[in-house]
Design a protein around this ligand. Structure first.
Ligand code: ARG
Length: 565
């Protein structure tokens, strides 16, 4: 039973509004004000009366159906109180029936969403900014899947461009094959940093680097072999990180994938008279739109980051026919996306409006040990490992007899990092503070995972089995803690949809914390162990339902839900 829907149907009889309008207006008030509230402001215009008066008049007229316990008017609001037993029974039966499918929807209708996320640059370390893109993208991926979309996850690897020319020069001058093979990305980063130091003293190195890039473009054998080798070395590191995060992609078509697809775009821009020459380079002038020009071709004919993005967008439109294509990067790329989205619009493609940049804020490190000193490379892998290490110490201290400690330390340590990243609105800056993330009492990943294990252990202690879910008498449950918990559970499906509309996984993260807090209250206030058989069964059903929701929400965030920790 969808109570909001039922109330809207009821209100439709007493107002001149459409049902959808009413649905949009209905609010969820603070619990002391009822379960649903309908504000009457909107009716004031047509009825030409004060909103509180309208509220009173409607409330008096309404014939109260069984599922409503009472109706109260507060100012311009009509507040509805749902009958607790009916409510609890209805919601829990849905959750118990659908299990991990609770919250699934078909609103996606199999339409395709392409998500471009993670997308690190080859030969540079996988840094915290890429971590953010990776976990936000991964969560959105799972959210859209749950809502019935066809989702394509693309890792647009930065595997082409000027950095390779520089790296080749660096390797030829100061590289050592064995060291690179042994220390992989760290060694590559080191010589890359050295290139920049040396180039300051000796600008000729920059010219050399440009020559190597041209050689790559001309498919010179040596240049391409080195390029491929650098890519392989980087990919090994990236794959290790993705494995730790348990993340995979549907496509790894990176920037180099578009090498043979850019000419067509350049030609089309040219034919459509959008490309102009400026100091030898080819640009799209965007002055009219208050933006600096979008660079398409350098004076030496070389392509650029926007050229590749434009080509990639055409390719994706053709290949996937997306409803939307999302790009998850740091805020500082706002201009880049605004520029080339505009170029596609100027080319006359109305799907330019379906390209969406999803920006996120910066990460700052609070831990001195992790901060980047010049020439000292901080790898994401090392940071994740230190989260796991710290978690291991906590487990050693609190629960030394736990089985599979290694595995749990990984689930909790990594989970804590992901949770922290998805706890606030994307654009807010994130502070990377391992101590705080791993605090079991805070609003953290470990707290949520711990609540999940708590639910698991209650079920285990009471020898819960699925056939106990037959014939439960939910009318025995009438305390407000159970009611609060069930109410939050019932809101879960809406939160998923809201998160998808706003591209904000934190909506799920926050709701999950609320559910965990309500669950822990419910558990502290209700003595399950000593309840009578039937009441115990009903309460265990609530525990079971909550456990499923917690695990499901964690899954949507990309976090594991261990059963013991
Ligand atoms: N490689 C880029 C970077 O590290 C991010 C790429 C984002 N995706 C895109 N299609 N531009 O900054």
């Amino acid at each position: 039973m969808d109570f909001k829907e039922k109330i809207a149907t009821l209100l439709k009889k007493y107002t001149n509004l459409e049902k959808d309008e009413i649905l949009n207006l209905i609010e969820i008030p603070n619990s002391e004000m009822g379960d649903f509230a309908f504000p009457c402001f909107k009716l004031a215009k047509t009825l030409k009366k004060a909103p509180p008066m309208i509220a009173n008049e409607i409330a008096e007229k309404i014939e109260k159906p069984d599922f409503i316990e009472k109706i109260e008017v507060v100012n311009a609001y009509i507040n509805f109180y749902i009958n607790k037993a009916i409510y609890i029974e209805s919601i829990l039966n849905q959750v118990l029936d659908k299990k991990e499918d609770f919250g699934n929807s078909s609103i996606g209708n199999n339409k395709t969403i392409v998500i471009d996320y993670s997308s690190p640059n080859i030969a540079k370390p996988f840094h915290i900014g890429h971590l953010r893109s990776t976990v936000i993208g991964n969560s959105l991926y799972k959210i859209y899947k749950k809502l019935g979309y066809n989702v394509v996850g693309v890792n647009h690897l930065g595997d082409w461009g000027t950095q390779f020319g520089k790296l080749i020069v660096a390797y030829k001058n100061w590289g050592n094959k064995e060291l690179v093979e042994k220390d992989d990305i760290k060694e590559l980063s080191k010589i890359y940093v050295k290139f920049h130091e040396e180039a300051e003293k000796n600008p000729a190195l920059e010219d050399e680097a440009r020559l190597w890039l041209v050689k790559m473009q001309e498919r010179d054998k040596e240049a391409l072999e080195l390029w491929k080798w650098f890519c392989e070395i980087s990919m090994k590191e990236f794959e290790r990180v993705y494995k730790m995060l348990n993340i995979s992609f549907d496509s790894y078509a990176g920037e180099s994938f578009y090498n043979d697809k850019m000419q067509a775009v350049v030609d089309e821009l040219f034919e459509k008279d959008i490309l102009v020459e400026s100091q030898g380079a080819k640009i799209v002038d965007l002055e009219e739109y208050n933006m600096p020009p979008c660079l398409i071709l350098r004076s030496d004919g070389g392509t650029l980051y926007p050229t590749r993005d434009i080509s990639a967008a055409f390719y994706r439109k053709k290949e996937y026919n997306f409803e939307k294509c999302l790009y998850i990067t740091a805020l500082d790329q706002n201009l880049h996306f605004a520029q080339w989205f505009k170029v596609i619009e100027l080319m006359g493609y109305d799907w330019a409006k379906d390209l969406v940049h999803i920006p996120f804020g910066l990460v700052s490190l609070n831990d001195g040990k992790l901060s980047t000193r010049k020439g000292h490379v901080v790898l994401m892998e090392d940071i994740l490992n230190s989260a796991i290490e710290k978690t291991k110490n906590i487990i050693e201290e609190k629960n030394p007899n736990l089985e599979n400690k290694e595995e749990v330390a990984k689930q909790v340590g990594i989970g804590a990092v992901i949770f922290n990243d998805l706890f606030n609105s994307r654009v807010k800056n994130v502070v990377f503070d391992l101590e705080r993330m791993l605090n079991f009492q805070g609003e953290t990943g470990p707290y949520v995972q711990y609540t999940h294990t708590r639910a698991c252990s209650i079920l285990e202690k009471e020898n819960f089995t699925l056939d106990m879910l037959e014939d439960i008498d939910f009318s025995l449950i009438c305390d407000e803690y159970s009611f609060e918990l069930v109410k939050l559970i019932s809101l879960y499906p809406e939160k998923i949809i809201d998160a998808s509309i706003k591209y904000e996984p934190y909506i799920i993260t926050r709701h999950l914390v609320n559910i965990c807090q309500a669950f822990n209250k419910f558990y502290d206030e209700n003595n399950i162990k000593n309840s009578d058989t039937n009441l115990k069964k009903a309460r265990l059903a609530i525990v079971y339902a909550t456990k499923n929701i917690i695990a499901n929400a964690l899954y949507l965030l990309g976090i594991d839900a261990p059963e013991k920790m």
